[in-house]
Design a protein around this ligand. Structure first.
Ligand code: FAD
Ligand code: MG
Length: 338
């Protein structure tokens, strides 16, 4: 029997509207667990495209790879300028702007120290003081010559290394959101190893609820929640990448003035911003500067907010978040009044 063309079309449409959307997709990219959740608007094609772009950015911007633009820059340190891909130019320019804004606390030339400490590599140990001094001599953002005209960069000394680990995941989250938005997606979550970006609302008029984990353990329970729409929340803390030697805890955010992990009153800092690259760079910067100087820094970036969790289990927020955070764990105290 011949089925009329119209009937076939109807069957095809019914078939596609009944098809269940694929589940959120998780892959290991940029040395971390990345999940994209597009709810019922997700398709295998969209997830394929988004993760392909993530892998592309990983290859380009990784300091851990032997190839890619950052690897080329590092290999040519002390020898000659290297041409920059658009993405590298954007991320490196932004990183250097944060170095200026933080008096060098945020420093993308931290690479030799990151490599020396090896935190997260499985070979971590407290380096000898002389080795730290040698690595310190190879850091310093002022020794980076970025030429926007020729779109090249030159690292002055042989052995210098760029590491964009504190900012590139934020850039990548913005890029994925842009790609998805170009494909008509208005709601979803991009989670790059805890670097969260929420697109739009969860449902019309209903914002997303985002949690901040207990900063005392890796993968801890959420202890604070807040609602957000079209925003990025990025946390820097002492708990995901660290090791313990002789009873002392060493984490991966390094102070370029001392060569040792930043040591202050903080367990973690979360930054809320409309731009994930800004939230990522600021989370690391503010963690390095501590609460008071950190608050000063974010006040220079309109629309950004911060949540500080300190070693005494106190929680402070910037002014714009007053009354907007919910404490989920009674072991933590909100100091919202100062
Ligand atoms: P953040 O606070 O955002 O950043 C901390 C990181 O920034 C440190 O780990 C260090 O890399 C760097 N940093 C430390 N001190 C400073 C400072 N003073 N100023 C500026 N930067 C500083 N990890 C792997 O183990 N294997 C991989 O193959 C791998 N590939 C990666 C590829 C890319 C493109 C990126 C962006 C990261 C990659 N990582 C890899 C790193 C890994 O995912 C890091 O844990 C992550 O980037 C750190 O992010 P965070 O959000 O935990 O901390
Ligand atoms: Mg960061």
């Amino acid at each position: 029997m011949k089925i009329p063309a119209l009937a076939l079309t109807i069957i095809a449409i019914l078939g596609s509207s009944c098809a269940k959307p694929p589940p959120p997709r998780t892959e290991f990219v940029m040395g971390t667990v990345c999940t994209i959740n597009l709810g019922n608007k997700g398709t295998e094609k969209l997830y394929d495209e988004a993760f392909a772009r993530l892998r592309e950015l990983d290859a380009l911007l990784s300091a851990n790879s032997e190839t890619g633009n950052v690897a080329e820059i590092n290999a040519a340190a002390g020898q000659g300028p290297v041409r920059l891909a658009d993405e590298t130019l954007t991320v490196l320019s932004e990183a250097l702007a944060f170095s200026e804004a933080t008096d060098g606390a945020f420093d993308p030339t931290i690479g030799p120290l990151v490599k020396l400490w090896g935190i997260g590599s499985g070979n971590e140990r407290v380096p000898a003081p002389e080795a730290i001094d040698r690595a310190l001599a190879l850091t310093g953002y002022r020794k980076v010559s970025l030429d926007r005209g020729t779109r090249t960069v030159f690292l002055r000394d042989r052995g210098m290394r760029i590491d964009l680990g504190a900012i590139a995941k934020g850039y990548a989250a913005d890029e994925i959101a842009r790609l998805l938005s170009d494909r008509g997606i208005t709601s979803g979550i991009v989670d790059l190893g805890g670097n969260i970006l929420v697109m739009g609302d969860k449902a019309p008029g209903k914002p997303w609820t985002v949690g901040i984990r207990d900063p005392r353990t890796s993968g801890g329970n959420p202890i604070v929640s807040l609602q957000a729409s079209s925003a990025s929340l990025v946390t820097s803390g002492i708990y995901e990448r660290f090791f313990v030697e002789n009873g002392k805890h060493y984490h991966h955010i390094l102070n370029p003035a001392t060569g040792y992990p930043a040591d202050n009153e903080l367990l973690s800092v979360t930054i809320l911003s409309t731009k994930s690259i800004q939230a990522d760079a600021l989370s690391t910067s503010v963690f390095l500067l501590g609460t008071e100087r950190g608050l000063e820094l974010i006040s220079k970036f309109p629309g950004t907010e911060a949540i500080f969790i300190d070693r005494g289990l106190g929680i402070r927020t910037s002014k714009g978040l007053r009354g907007r955070v919910r404490i989920l764990d009674p072991g933590f105290t909100l100091h919202d009044d100062d």
